[in-house]
Design a binder for this molecule. Structure first.
Ligand code: DQA
Length: 147
């Protein structure tokens, strides 16, 4: 079984990007932490980042059509991308939306997400821990759907 973790624009800059908002963990360190958690549970992890909307759409489609769950931090595309929302819906992708920051404690333009209405659930505000919590949720959902 496989889990996907897809990351959108500017998340390649984590570690140096606005650390007061996003913390000091790099994307590579988040990847390493998730990979270890997946390995101990016998899961394959496909961890990707792109600054391009179309890449994210293709990856969402592929994972969705394969029936594999996705931990998705779409970055600012969260607030703008109807195309990404349509990809989730169209490929029947099981998505857990994550954000490092508490988007509801920030600017008004971050309060709306096009992803949330088509996600299984949303975890935000816990920094890098948001990803680990999302992985736990992913595994719990997969286990529930098997039994
Ligand atoms: C983010 C929140 C978004 O509003 C922002 O555009 C990001 C990161 C987060 O993880 O907190 O790029 O998704």
């Amino acid at each position: 079984r496989a889990v996907h973790c897809l990351n959108g624009p500017n998340l390649n800059l984590l570690g140096s990007r606005e650390p007061e908002l996003y913390g000091s963990a790099t994307l590579a360190s988040i990847q390493a932490r998730l990979a270890a958690a997946c390995e101990s549970r016998g899961l394959a992890l496909h961890f990707r980042q792109s600054n391009h909307e179309g890449d994210l759409i293709t990856w969402v489609q592929d994972a969705g059509l394969a029936g594999e769950p996705i931990i998705l931090n779409a970055g600012a595309y969260t607030h703008t991308s109807i195309a990404l929302r349509d990809a989730i819906k169209g490929a029947n992708a099981k998505v857990i939306e994550v954000h490092l920051s508490n988007i509801h404690a920030r600017e008004g333009f971050r309060h709306h997400s096009h992803i949330s209405p088509v996600a299984q659930g949303v975890i935000f505000g816990f920094g890098a821990l948001s990803y680990s919590l999302a992985l736990d949720a992913c595994i719990a959902l997969a286990t529930a759907s098997e039994s």
